[in-house]
Design a protein around this ligand. Structure first.
Ligand code: ADP
Ligand code: MG
Length: 591
């Protein structure tokens, strides 16, 4: 029994909110008891029955009886232990609370006992204690939740809604513990049967299928005592809400405002607003740095080192999502006649005589195209020999060949590459490339500025003039030679050279707009610089003149070398990729 000192220290609270919160407590107990398999069964979304069976250590008769008493726990015994919690539960109030608002039955047996103890409780009153036959482990059945608390009963939603909450809780734990086998049965049908395995990726694929699994990038960061690991999905599998974000702090499912913020920053410019990445993120830090005692049922935690946590999560995501593999140098363009589509039989490739073909050039292959399963060509006698030297399993070839086929819809560049067909939005691509160059210079404080042949004077609205004046120094640091010229007029005599031949008036107008929006990002370290760079690049690209073939080819190479090639700084895609395998499948050439 915990001493009063400890019980006072632990914030009291309601543990039982709805069937899913009961499931959470029972699964956590099973995990704490070192179960290797956990079977969950529910009827009517858990309202009628919620049963959890584990093959963990189990309990003897004395402990089974103790377990349903308030503040009885085997997990801590002293107030100091709270600071070093390694198990999920520690309050010793879950079973007491659950059994007081349901018809409750626990059957438990440990390895030292010949038989199991069955305790039946109804609304908190023990009905019977018996010895029964059962394997080592624990089974808890919770029937008719809130049968004696009508006010609470009314708050339960439809079986469907409760089921979806249960499913979500179930998945959280099954992802965090791939070494434990899990099953979920609902109204007698088997919903999930997840075999114990040794990899989280395997578990994720079991649950989400290959489409999500193949979009995941490893997250791996370990510095200054903070480890961030797991998987972050490429933007192409983004969701409309956060329900496919799994975050764990020191092994327990958790949320914290600082984590949500860091995730947003980590994906900054990769996703349009309102889209949320699929994520499996594990944050580990010294337990003494985490306050898990904020609220008994909420998953929210507080970090004492929250700045470091934020920076670690941002770095870990940027690392996972950026275009890794160093910065390859641009190869001399190496022209050959045509690209042989992977997997096509030679005799089947099609050539139309009259269409002029642009030359083939080499560009650094982007990681998105390393979707290996898509690309590994089928081995046919015809292509076996040449495939032999393509080793995509080894991280993929760093270079691919590419050829501009033309322009579609007057707007999109059509490219043929070794890996598939690509549609590119040259504006978005150009914005990305320009933005990264600009930001790289800005962060180093070495923005190159280009003097204008004819300085331009610009008249602004009073509000815009005010914003520009306030940020004059910042703008100058970023390469804009801008100075007040009395009233609301300004003289611009230089602009950052990376912007090229841009309409000065347009850029300054955009800058004022961006400065006005201010808001959250302004408080960030480089928020202002980012906003300035984004606005300027947007204006510069808008003013762009038609691109030549050489410029498009250079753009492809530069895009492939950029850190975040798949989207423009505002989160719109730069390229849409269709692998050869995917096309062959769509045309019914392969199953
Ligand atoms: P807590 O988990 O906070 O200690 P609970 O009320 O959830 O409190 O459980 C009380 C105690 O009952 C636990 O400390 C543990 O010793 C025991 N217990 C509960 N569930 C199980 C289980 N599935 N297997 C073995 N022991 C259990
Ligand atoms: Mg518990």
């Amino acid at each position: 029994m915990l001493s009063e000192r400890v019980t006072n220290k632990i914030a009291a609270g309601e543990v039982v909110e709805r069937p899913a919160s009961v499931l959470k407590e029972l699964i956590e107990n099973a995990i704490d008891a070192k179960a290797t398999s956990i079977d969950v069964e529910i009827v009517e979304g858990g309202r009628r029955l919620l049963s959890v069976t584990d093959d963990g250590t189990g309990m003897n008769q004395e402990d089974t009886l103790l377990s349903i008493q308030r503040y009885a726990t085997s997990k801590i015994s002293d107030v100091d232990d709270i600071e070093r919690i390694a198990t999920m539960g520690f309050r010793g109030e879950a079973l007491a609370a659950i059994s007081s608002v349901s018809r409750f039955r626990i059957v438990s047996r440990n390895a030292d006992s010949d038989s199991a103890t069955e305790v039946v409780v109804s609304g908190g009153k023990i009905q019977s204690v018996e010895n029964v036959g059962a394997p080592v482990g624990t089974n808890i059945e919770v029937r008719n939740m809130f049968f004696n608390v009508p006010a609470r009963r009314k708050f339960m939603r439809t079986a469907r809604t409760e089921f979806s909450h249960i499913r979500q809780r179930f998945l959280v734990y099954s992802i965090a513990y791939p070494e434990i086998g899990f099953t979920l049965r609902s109204d007698e049908s088997l919903v999930y049967s997840l075999t114990a395995g040794d990899s989280m990726m395997g578990r994720i694929e079991e649950i989400y299928g290959e489409s999500v699994a193949s979009a995941l990038k490893d997250v791996d960061y370990d510095e200054n005592g903070i480890r961030v690991s797991g998987f972050a999905a490429l933007p192409r599998v983004a969701r409309a809400d956060r329900s496919d974000q799994y975050i764990f702090v020191n092994g327990r499912p958790a949320t914290a405002p600082v984590l949500a913020y860091a995730i947003k920053e980590g994906y900054h410019t990769l996703l349009p607003s309102g889209r949320h990445p699929v994520l499996f993120l594990f944050v580990r830090t010294d337990p003494q740095m985490v306050d898990v005692n904020v609220h008994p049922t909420k998953r929210e935690v507080r970090f004492r080192n929250s700045h470091s946590i934020r920076d670690a999560v941002i770095s870990s995501l940027k690392g996972a999502l950026s275009n890794l593999g160093g910065a390859p140098t641009i190869n001399a363009q190496q022209h050959s006649d045509r690209i042989d589509a992977q997997g096509f039989k030679r005799t089947e490739s099609l050539q139309i005589e009259d269409i002029p073909q642009a030359p083939v050039f080499r560009y650094p292959r982007m990681p998105m195209f390393e979707d290996r399963r898509e690309q590994i060509p089928e081995k046919t006698p015809e292509n076996e020999a040449e495939d032999a030297d393509i080793d995509l399993d080894d991280g993929g070839q760093p270079w691919s060949e590419c050829r501009v086929l033309g322009v579609a819809g007057g707007m999109f560049v059509v490219l043929e590459t070794e890996d598939g067909m690509v549609l590119m939005d040259p504006h978005a691509a150009h914005e990305r490339v320009m933005y990264e160059k600009f930001m790289a210079e800005a962060l180093k404080g070495t923005v190159r500025s280009q003097g204008l042949l004819y300085p331009e004077s610009i008249d602004m609205s009073p509000e815009n003039a005010d914003l520009i004046r306030k940020n004059e120094a910042n703008l100058q640091n970023m390469g804009f030679g801008i100075s007040s010229f009395g009233g609301d007029s300004f003289i611009v005599d230089a602009i950052p050279s990376c912007l090229g031949g841009v309409s000065v008036e347009n850029v300054i107008e955009q800058l004022a707009k961006a400065l006005e929006r201010g808001g959250q990002r302004a408080s960030m370290e480089h928020g202002l610089q980012e906003r300035i760079a984004m606005a300027a690049c947007k204006a510069a690209v808008k003013a762009g003149r038609p691109l030549t073939l050489e410029e498009i080819e250079r753009l492809v190479v530069e895009l492939a070398q950029s850190k975040m090639p798949y989207t423009c700084p505002h989160g719109r895609p730069t390229i849409i990729f269709m692998g050869w395998r995917e096309l062959q499948r769509k045309f019914g050439r392969i199953a």
